[in-house]
Structure formats: structure tokens, C-alpha cells
Design a protein around this ligand. Structure first.
Ligand SMILES: [Zn+2]
Ligand SMILES: [Zn+2]
Length: 303
């Protein structure tokens, strides 16, 4: 695994340094003691992008750190990464590596994984939000290469998707209720009757990080389910929010709901829709994060 790599491109290093300044500033403002271990080169790997690692240091904080990269989506900030309609995100929290959704194309997924410096055998859990082909399409190819991950599929997903997992010899878990996947990693459980879909909820020191695949049951509903799991603030909401053709009213309602929940940062992608993305960028300013494919997304654990 090689998450922490420093590019030799000055612009990229600058981006990393400015992010460092932001974290240092925030930590100072809160009077917290944060050990920031960043810009460190770890070995040689395929990753060509700087990854930022922020480690909390202090009583009760432990050593957990969250790192996230979008591995499949329509936009890429960097040459060489594959893109397509669908969603997949790689998350590492402590020792566990979780792949949330698999995109539409297995070969593209494997290629992007390699670029991220992660071997398929290093993935401990695959969590499928739902089994539409733009989220489950890469699963069979991934499991052919490595049947190691435990695969968590929402109950109500098609028999065909379940067969893909069984045929590969991987461990299948049908999720029927709010469930713990790994330490600090939970599923909301399937929501919605027509298209059962689960969201991923990660507990970090700064609050919850919620990742939705397509949010067919409605983003607000998924966030409420996340809050029922953990009575903690929502730090970040990421993923696809299914607002492609949403009216202005609907967009305003979702923004208001995110405000009410005091969501600190947003990383919209996939089916969120251009108008919604524009509204989020305007409303969240610096706390709007571009989740282009391949870009490391840092999560400070600073409180
Ligand atoms: Zn879908
Ligand atoms: Zn989708």
C-alpha cells in the first residue's frame, strides 16, 4: 500500500503544502495538538499523486486515520486515470481498506487501483451501495483477480449479483439492517423499497463521513439514518446524490437539509448533477471538495 507519495511536479507539491497550511491553521485555532505526518515518501509505487496523512495525537485519539480516493466517476483531474459513468471510492481507516462500489468497468477499476498503489488483495471489504451496473459492474472482474474481500450487498439486490460473489468464492454478507462492517465503518442498512440502497458511514474524530452511491432513497433519508447510527455531527458527505434533473426547489431543500445537519464538507460526484454541484460550490466555498477520480481526499482527525 502506498498512499503517501510525493509528486515531483511543483504544482502538485504546492497543492499539498497549501493543504498542510490549512490543517495546521485549523489545529492551532482549536488549540489542539495535532501531529501532522505529511509529504512523506513511502517506498516506490504506482501512485503519482501526493497523499496527505494527518494523524491525531493525544489522549483517546489513537492512531486511526482516514484516507479516501474516488476510483471511478465521470471526471478525472489527472491524466491516465480511467473515468466512466458510475461510482467507486477507496477508503482506508486504520488497518482496514474498504472499496465502496466498483464502478461500471472492472478493467478500469483495476487500472485505477494500480495507479493508487493498492493491490486487489489488500481490499478487506467491498460494500455495494446497490447493484445497478454503474456501481456493481466492476465486481466480477475484481473478485476474479482476488476473492479475498468480504462483499456486503444490501438485501433485495438481485440474485445475479449474489451469484457473482458466490461463484468467485468470496464471502457474501447480505445486509438487512444497520450493520458494523469493520471498526469505525458501518452501513445504514438498506433504505428504500424500490431500489434498496445502503450508505457507508465512517466514524472519524471530526465526525461522520457518509458516502452514498446514488442516494435513490433520498440523500436526506440516508443522512438521517447515519445520524441514527451515531449521534455525532456529520463532517463530510460524499458520493452520488441522484439530483441530475432536480428542480431549483428540490436543490434548495437538499441544501437546507445539509445546513440543518451542519454538514461541514461536501464531496459530490456521479449523479449529483451540475446544477446541484454549482449550488454546493457556492454554498460551501472552501469546504466544497472536488472528488475527481484519483485525487487523494484528506480527512484530518484533529478534535
Ligand atoms: Zn442506481
Ligand atoms: Zn449510479
Amino acid at each position: 500500500m502506498c498512499w503517501s507519495a510525493v509528486s515531483t511536479t511543483p504544482a502538485r507539491v504546492m497543492a499539498c503544502e497549501s493543504a498542510y497550511g490549512w490543517y495546521a491553521c485549523r489545529a492551532k485555532g482549536r488549540g489542539m495538538r495535532v501531529a501532522v505526518g505529511i509529504l512523506s515518501v513511502i517506498g516506490v509505487c504506482h501512485a503519482t499523486w501526493p497523499a496527505l496523512v494527518v494523524r491525531a495525537d493525544g489522549p483517546g485519539h489513537g492512531d486511526a486515520e482516514l484516507r479516501m480516493r474516488v476510483l471511478f466517476d465521470s471526471t478525472s483531474g489527472h491524466a491516465g486515470w480511467h473515468t466512466g459513468w458510475g461510482y467507486a471510492a477507496l477508503l482506508q481507516l486504520g488497518e482496514r481498506t474498504v472499496l465502496f462500489d466498483t464502478g461500471a468497468d472492472g478493467q478500469a477499476l483495476l487500472s485505477n487501483l494500480a495507479r493508487a498503489g493498492v493491490r486487489p488483495s489488500e481490499i478487506d471489504h467491498v460494500v455495494l451501495s446497490h447493484d445497478h451496473p454503474d456501481h456493481a459492474g466492476g465486481l466480477a472482474t475484481l473478485l476474479q483477480v482476488s476473492p479475498h474481500p468480504e462483499v456486503h450487498i444490501p438485501r433485495g439486490a438481485s440474485i445475479r449479483t449474489q451469484q457473482v460473489v458466490r461463484a468467485a468464492g468470496a464471502r457474501l454478507t447480505l445486509v438487512s439492517r444497520p450493520t458494523r462492517i469493520a471498526p469505525r465503518v458501518h452501513s445504514t442498512g438498506p433504505l428504500g423499497k424500490r431500489i434498496p440502497e445502503q450508505a457507508l458511514v465512517l466514524t472519524t474524530e471530526t465526525g461522520l463521513v457518509v458516502v452514498a452511491g446514488c442516494a435513490h432513497p433520498g440523500l436526506e433519508r440516508m443522512l438521517r439514518a447515519a445520524r441514527r447510527l451515531h449521534r455525532r455531527p456529520i463532517d463530510t458527505v460524499a458520493g452520488g446524490w441522484h439530483l441530475l434533473n432536480a428542480s431549483r426547489q428540490r436543490i434548495r431543500r437538499v441544501i437546507a437539509a445539509l445546513r440543518r445537519l451542519d454538514v461541514r464538507r461536501v464531496i459530490p460526484g456521479h449523479c449529483t448533477g451540475r446544477q446541484m454541484v454549482r449550488a454546493l460550490r457556492d454554498a460551501w466555498g472552501d469546504a466544497f471538495i472536488d472528488g475527481a477520480v484519483g485525487r487523494p481526499l484528506p480527512f484530518p482527525l484533529d478534535r
